[in-house]
Design a protein around this ligand. Structure first.
Ligand code: NAD
Ligand code: UDP
Length: 324
């Protein structure tokens, strides 16, 4: 095994964070999982608590923290539109003040630090598919801006700490990722459609369902994230990580219904303001720099995710906000 590192994962109890913690614990690293449990709960990491190389810290990244670490994965931030729009000012604080706090720690500890950025950097894109060089089309005034602009400001802070203080930064731009352990009430499209299909509820289709997304399975995503962290010092990214397989939201609903074996009614609701009409990652850079590409296609990933949703007791999950 390579050298044991002390690694902080902020947002480590969340959907992606908990899988990342699992992976790093299995590699033998000393893992500090920090979370305020806004959109997650302890049950996501309870199976790790008995490992002597895992530690759980309840903390909010908008407040300073003082830890000694070698690497930081900064994932703390609500990711689902309904939840990040619930308290938009807090969302912006989480991205910006959270970035300042972890970057300060990285500077003091000389730690390598990775930022979980997002395809939302590209807004409602006019370039398709989206390469990292595309600067994006974000409405600064709209309801999604608290998240999009918060993440854009965080990218800026990362690059400024890199240029001003030589901090080793890595930026990953994550495209829609799904899989087991998504919060059943997080309001994102995959978790909503699956929950609705297996409980026999109406499928909540926003707009006519012709808007597109490209869905990446969580194991592929975590692999890409770790590979990026392990790149040579000077490489900062940003790097898109996502599955280029692009589907309309209507195609997604049909596939979920088919796999779940439940043909429930589709009920249409208005398309939310600034909802991007299309999204597909150009992953040329991830292929070149990380030797990465997705291995799990949508049908297989959805089958695994639906199995997991059928295995859980949804009454044990508290909806983070009423917006799901
Ligand atoms: P998630 O909501 O499951 O995880 C986010 C975690 O951050 C949760 O555990 C939450 O409680 C925690 N958190 C929120 N605010 C916090 C704060 N102020 N202090 C401490 N902890 C806080 O979502 P996820 O899908 O696992 O997303 C993880 C990261 O990846 C996020 O930064 C998100 O923006 C980014 N991302 C995810 C996707 C995706 O499709 N899953 C896409 C793009 C970017
Ligand atoms: N969506 C939908 N029904 C839902 C939730 C989402 O039709 O119950 C649509 C949403 O309008 C968007 C797409 O699915 O076009 C993806 O939404 P999600 O919130 O998962 O992520 P986004 O990529 O918009 O951040």
């Amino acid at each position: 095994m390579s050298q044991i590192k002390r690694i902080l994962v902020t947002g480590g109890a969340g959907f992606l964070g908990s899988h990342l913690c699992e992976r790093l614990v299995a590699e033998g690293h000393d893992v500090l999982c920090l979370d305020n449990f806004f959109t997650s709960q302890k049950s996501n990491v309870v199976h790790l608590l008995d490992h002597r190389n895992f530690e759980l810290i309840r903390h909010d990244v908008t407040h300073p923290m003082w830890l000694e670490v070698d690497e930081i994965y900064n994932l703390a931030c609500p990711a689902a539109p309904g939840h990040y729009q619930y308290n938009p000012i807090k969302t912006m604080k989480t991205s910006v003040m959270g970035a300042i706090n972890v970057l300060g720690m990285a500077k003091r500890c000389k730690a390598k630090i990775l930022q979980a950025s997002t395809s939302e950097i590209y807004g409602d894109p006019e370039v398709h598919p989206q390469p990292e060089s595309y600067k994006g089309a974000v409405n600064t005034l709209g309801p999604r801006a608290c998240y999009d602009e918060g993440k854009r400001a965080a990218e800026t802070l990362f690059m400024d700490y890199h240029r001003s203080h030589g901090v080793q930064v890595k930026l990953i731009r994550i495209f829609n990722t799904y899989g087991p352990r998504m919060h059943p009430f997080d309001g994102r499209v995959v978790s909503n459609f699956i929950r609705q299909a297996i409980t026999g509820d109406h499928i909540s289709m926003f707009g006519d369902g012709s808007q597109t997304r490209s869905f990446c399975y969580r194991d592929d995503l975590v692999e890409g994230m770790v590979r990026l962290m392990n790149t040579e010092d000077g490489f900062t990214g940003p790097v898109n990580i996502g599955n280029p397989g692009e589907f309309t939201i209507m195609q997604l609903a049909e596939m979920v219904q088919e796999i779940a074996g439940n043909n429930c009614t589709i009920s249409h609701k208005p398309l939310p303001q600034d909802d991007p009409l299309q999204r597909q990652p150009d992953i040329t850079l991830a292929r070149e720099k990380l030797g990465w590409e997705p291995t799990i296609q949508l049908r297989e990933g959805l089958t695994r995710t639906i199995e997991w949703f059928k295995s859980i007791d949804m009454s044990q999950y508290r909806a983070p906000t009423p917006n799901y």
